[in-house]
Design a protein around this ligand. Structure first.
Ligand code: 97T
Length: 270
């Protein structure tokens, strides 16, 4: 790199980060939004998170938001009218993205969290019951999102997952850890094991290298243990990770070591 010259830093894109949550159970958000990182991010003014009761957009005495499914069958379906009214009240034109939490959605992950963290305004729509009337996601051009292949009772907990994963990626929300953390995910490996005091606990030792003060050796050990864990537990991640020459060397060591361990175990068995 040339010295003495730096690319003119583009004006920091201070996207106004706002989330509006539409739910039948606003109380489910009160605890999680008022603790820890989500709390700090709001207190620092880095994000605004507003939770709304969908029933506020009904007009009948019983504040009905659901109805029986056409064609018959069990369960209830979320009616389109209150949801459309709510979204139309909250939407800020094309700045807004509507995300509907549903088991049929695109799979949420770190990649989607990074994309959502760059958006100025996200409306999170939480379904309950059997689901939405299909004209809701279609008519609102919502991005349908699932957090994985698990059956839940509603979209509230998935919405909290999306909020937590996304808000921590907004610049300024985390301290110095921020870039480090996203870097460690960007490499696509599981983390190395962590230890704190005491050095010996119930017969289990902290690996002596961590007490050595040799920072280069510690960094190498950590990288190696991250590779070992990823190979053991998430080989799918390892095959997609971008590996350096050192990584390949460490993996070769690991393969020799773990082949040795497999042999020892066999000797013990036989
Ligand atoms: O199981 C659900 C029920 C309602 C809304 C969302 C979900 C869900 O989202 N991701 C996994 C499951």
């Amino acid at each position: 790199m040339r010295r003495g010259w730096r690319a003119p830093r583009r004006k920091e894109r201070r996207t106004l980060n706002r989330f509006d949550v539409l739910t039948l159970f606003p109380a489910m958000f009160q605890g999680p939004l008022q603790e820890s990182i989500l709390r700090r991010a709001q207190d620092k003014g880095l994000v605004t998170i507003a939770v709304h009761d969908l029933r506020d957009w009904t007009h009948d005495r019983h504040r009905v938001v659901d109805d029986v499914p056409y064609g018959g069958g069990a369960g209830m379906v979320l009616k389109p009218e209150p949801v459309f009214e709510a979204v139309e009240a909250l939407r800020q034109g094309p700045r807004s993205t509507v995300v509907a939490l549903t088991p049929q959605g695109l799979r949420f992950g770190q990649g989607m969290a990074l994309e959502l963290a760059r958006l100025p305004h996200v409306i999170l729509l939480c379904g309950r019951y059997e689901g939405f009337d299909d004209r809701i996601p279609r008519g609102l051009q919502a991005l349908e999102v699932s957090i994985g292949d698990v059956v839940l009772s509603g979209g509230e907990i998935p919405a909290l997952v999306v909020l937590d994963a996304t808000v921590r990626l907004i610049p300024g929300v985390l301290g110095d850890e921020a870039s480090a953390l996203s870097d460690s995910f960007a490499t696509g490996l599981l983390e190395h094991p962590h230890y704190t005091r005491p050095p010996r606990f119930r017969g289990m030792e902290v690996p002596p290298i961590l007490l050595s003060g040799d920072h280069r050796a510690i960094a190498r050990w950590r990288r190696k243990e991250a590779l070992r864990r990823t190979r053991q537990r998430r080989p799918d991640l390892l095959s997609r990770a971008s590996l350096s020459d050192l990584d390949r060397k460490l993996l070769a060591e690991i393969e020799r070591e773990d082949a040795g361990v497999a042999l020892e175990n066999r000797d013990e068995r036989d």
